[in-house]
Design a protein around this ligand. Structure first.
Ligand SMILES: [Zn+2]
Ligand SMILES: [Zn+2]
Length: 122
């Protein structure tokens, strides 16, 4: 729903791109955006709402939690060449060794995963 709001807002902007004033009432905060420190961020799902039905989650998450989590094909995510997610036993965190998980993290997320030791080694 939030994405639909943002798509609608984008369409509003495109449709009015040839006129000098943006449409009145075109406040992005009313269309799926939130403002923090003068920057716009997309409105995310509330914490208590699951992005997918539980039945689907059970199909696509692994339960790996060992020291070398997700490093072998015993990991259901790795064996199907999917990345792990926050719903997995490993939470797709620093302990997850699924190569597919590592390849989709943004640089910002990779930076967050760095430990203090990593920073000393740079
Ligand atoms: Zn796994
Ligand atoms: Zn997984």
């Amino acid at each position: 729903m939030q994405h639909v709001y943002r798509a609608h807002y984008q369409t509003l902007m495109w449709k009015s791109s040839l006129i000098s004033e943006p449409p009145e009432d075109a406040d992005p905060v009313k269309y799926g955006w939130t403002k923090r420190n003068d920057k716009l961020f997309p409105v995310m799902l509330p914490e208590n709402i699951s992005p997918v039905p539980t039945e689907i989650l059970q199909m696509i998450k692994c339960a790996c939690s060992s020291m070398r989590a997700c490093s072998t094909s015993r990991c259901s995510c790795a064996s199907t060449q999917m990345s792990c997610s926050m719903f997995c036993g490993c939470h797709a965190g620093v302990d997850c060794n699924n190569v597919n998980t590592r390849s989709i993290l943004s640089q910002e997320e990779k930076d967050e995963l760095m430990t203090d030791d990593d920073l000393h080694n740079i």
